[in-house]
Design a protein around this ligand. Structure first.
Ligand SMILES: [Zn+2]
Length: 104
């Protein structure tokens, strides 16, 4: 699957990415769930950028992860979501849906 390299070099992405890291306290949010403190080095698109480009800059769709956790979310070869990545996607989408509905 091809990735749009220019997106990852855009000013817009840089700004959103920084905001997400700050929101998450520069900590891997996945490690945090298991009580581990580890610095985040990646901002992961929960709903993959290649399939949902319209969500590419939505903060709710982004989560700070360490390199190791990020590797666990994507298949190394196809770059598709792994079972773990799918689980996270379902969870985040449910949370978002709940929040959206309560906001109506
Ligand atoms: Zn981690």
């Amino acid at each position: 699957m091809k990735t749009d390299k220019s997106f990852y070099h855009s000013k817009q992405w840089e700004t959103v990415r920084d905001g997400v890291l700050r929101r998450d306290g520069y900590q891997c949010q996945y490690c945090k769930r298991y009580g581990r403190l580890r610095g985040a080095s990646h901002v992961h698109h929960v709903n993959p950028f290649e399939i949902y480009p319209e969500l590419a800059l939505e903060r709710w769709n982004l989560v700070s992860l360490c390199r190791e956790c990020h590797n666990r979310m994507h298949d190394r070869d196809s770059h598709e979501l792994t079972a773990e990545g799918e689980r996270l996607r379902r969870k985040v989408n449910e949370q978002h849906e709940r929040r959206r509905r309560s906001g109506l």
